[in-house]
Design a protein around this ligand. Structure first.
Ligand code: NCD
Length: 320
């Protein structure tokens, strides 16, 4: 939607008909509005009554890269609010394979829907798409750049788990170079004055362009390779998988793939109140013996994704 591209999201009315493309649009007030609305959405799901809040709305989801939770939770969110969904999880079934442009494909879905959720391997795709569309576009991950709605659900989960989202020490460990969810989360966490600890192999450091954005936000951040050294002081530890498919050199992936593994033993040196998060999917970086630890919040985190995405739809359509 050309007039609302990168519009700042603050009070509830600013969300109406807005694209959600980047965390650069988010403000503290906007995030608090999403969280408060997500709490209401959790109540709708908890009390088994059918909501028809969005009974007249239709969502199209188009995923040019694989997805389990993001795709399913956006669909579940629309269904839970009484709306309908067209879900494309295999773009090889689209006319893209016949050479159609992204804009033409999106125009087709615009003809049938009220909102589009898109994941694309090209960083520019959501911006090109939003320019072409009259209906809102939500970025569900654009290459190695960003994953803004994941950051919303991550922040919401921290608030649910720790009852606070400011003044915390938040560690991010793993593949910070290619991990788009970390790029987005770091910027959202910085809005609330949290201290950030980036822990990664030297070759997978947080990209310079993200660090520059954090400096603009006057964020306080530290970089390290040593998880054990940093762990005891952390309130939140966010880990991701090494993003194998993004590595140009398969050997480079083999070298780093087991750098950080969180098991029950390691967690002995963490705070009793630690909040352990993972955007999922996991490979080997959290062993399953951690799943029963009360500090492991990643299954609650994935459920929160549905509440937060319900909240986004309610806000976009001005029906909170
Ligand atoms: C992540 C993604 O696709 O960016 N998953 C997600 O959306 N929950 C993380 C990943 O693929 O490792």
């Amino acid at each position: 939607m050309i007039q609302t591209i990168m519009k700042k999201l603050g009070n509830k009315s600013s969300f109406v008909n807005s694209d959600i493309l980047s965390v650069a649009q988010f403000t503290k007030e906007g995030l608090e509005n999403v969280f408060a609305t997500a709490n209401k959405m959790a109540m709708i799901v908890k009390h088994p009554r059918i909501s028809n809040l969005l009974h007249d709305k239709l969502l199209s989801t188009i995923f040019y890269e694989p997805s389990t939770r993001t795709s399913a939770s956006f669909q579940a969110a629309m269904h839970r609010l009484g709306g309908q969904v067209i879900a494309i999880n295999d773009v090889n079934t689209l006319s893209v394979s016949k050479g159609e442009t992204l804009s033409d494909t999106l125009h087709a879905f615009e003809s049938y829907s009220d909102v589009i959720v898109m994941r694309h391997y090209d960083k520019q795709a959501p911006f090109i798409g939003a320019k072409a569309l009259r209906i809102p576009l939500i970025n569900a991950g654009n290459g190695t750049d960003e994953h803004p709605t994941q950051a919303l659900l991550d922040m919401y989960t921290i608030k649910q788990e720790l009852r606070s989202i400011s003044g915390l020490k938040i560690g991010m460990v793993g593949d910070l170079k290619y991990g788009r969810s970390m790029h987005s989360l770091a910027q959202c966490a910085a809005l609330f004055g949290n201290e950030l600890y980036f822990i990664s192999p030297e070759s997978l450091r947080m990209p310079e362009e993200v660090l520059i954005k954090l400096q603009t936000l006057s964020a306080c951040y530290y970089e390290s390779t040593d998880l054990l050294g940093v762990l005891p002081k952390l309130d939140v530890l966010y880990i991701n998988r090494m993003q194998k498919e993004r590595f140009a050199d398969p050997e480079a992936y083999e070298e780093v793939k087991h750098t950080y593994i969180i098991g029950a033993d390691l967690l002995r040196s963490a705070k009793a109140t630690l909040c352990l998060l993972h955007p999922m999917p996991r490979v080997t970086e959290i062993s399953t013996d951690v799943d029963s630890d009360p500090r492991a919040a990643y299954f609650r985190q994935m459920r929160n994704g549905m509440f937060v995405r319900m909240a986004l739809f309610a806000l976009l359509f001005g029906r909170t």
